[in-house]
Design a protein around this ligand. Sequence first.
Ligand SMILES: *Cc1c(COP(=O)(O)O)cnc(C)c1O
Length: 382
Amino acid sequence: MKVPMLDLVTEHAPYRAELQSAFDRVLDSGRFVLGPEVEAFEKEIGVWIGTPHSIGVSNGSDALLLALQAVGVGPGDEVICPTYTFFATAGAVARLGGVPVFVDSAECCYNLRADQVVAKIGSKTKAIIVVHLFGQCADMDPILAAAEKHGIPVIEDAAQALGAKDKGRQAGTMGTLGTFSFFPTKNLGALGEGGLVTTSDAALAEKIRMLRVHGSKKKYFHEMIGGNFRLHELQAAFLRVKLKHLDFALDKRRANSMRLMTELQDKWSAIMPLDSCVCQGEAPSTEHKPGTILLPFSCHSGQGEHTWNQFVIRVTGKGNRDAIREKLATEGIQTEVYYPRAMHEQECFARIVTNYPVAQILSSESLALPMAGINFALLSGL
Ligand SMILES: *Cc1c(COP(=O)(O)O)cnc(C)c1O
């Protein structure tokens, strides 16, 4: 591959010495799990995000599980979440015996439809998970207002959206709890696994700290049933290094995606999918002729508030996405499909028969392009 989706070796090269000294520091400390590096990282990232409580955990999937457990989700409880997302969102609900209640996506930003969230709130609704997909915040205000009215907690799955904002508010600070992932492909990637839970609620923070270590405050005395959701010292030390360079890395993502946007308009005649945001479901969907390239759309959150964890275009019409994907692969350009199958169609959730037309379209038309190092000359040959 001439252009891989992600080149972490190149990305880490400028920080090599800093990462190696972080490694040495941990090696010399003899502390490897939940120690001073984790504590320092929790403080530093808490300041960066602007949240009073941040708890470092094993990964982003467990962060979701802990957040749901902390607000009391258990067997039979319904949790509203998007169907077009990474599996972990709905998986965390099911791991606790809960029932994911899916909503469709908006054609603008691919995020969940706020009006459908509000419409699906019922007597069994125990929580709402909002996913800030691909690095752009979902439309929070109508969801937060409805959740407050019904006394339902909102969990922001911000795994892909560290640093993203909705009307100036940071992802992970708007809901009851925020969850993040430090998987290497995310905005802030560890050299392994890691995750974070954020909240402004001191009692919930305390509960998550306990759940992280088998539900105990005092070693070997268990007040609740948690698990091993601890963050490693090495990962925290690496993350502290990369956090120092996060603003620069996000600026670079934004610059690369803006360049890609212009190039695609120029060379592939790419256009915006619609004229305005449809997160709240007011506008009818627009028809495009098959083979049209649709650019990622920044709606209620301005361009500057999108963090571009992924640059996802749409190729309209049956089979056209896969054809372009193959053509790019032969030219050495790697692409990825996030996600080829929505959650309501997964084998493990197969009982769900509702139709989610937009999620269906997105799973057959969306294509994530590499953001760095594209040889734009290659793009002209479409
Ligand atoms: C990556 C991701 C997760 C899970 O994070 P891991 O650290 O890989 O467990 C959860 N939700 C979304 C939307 C993600 O993209």
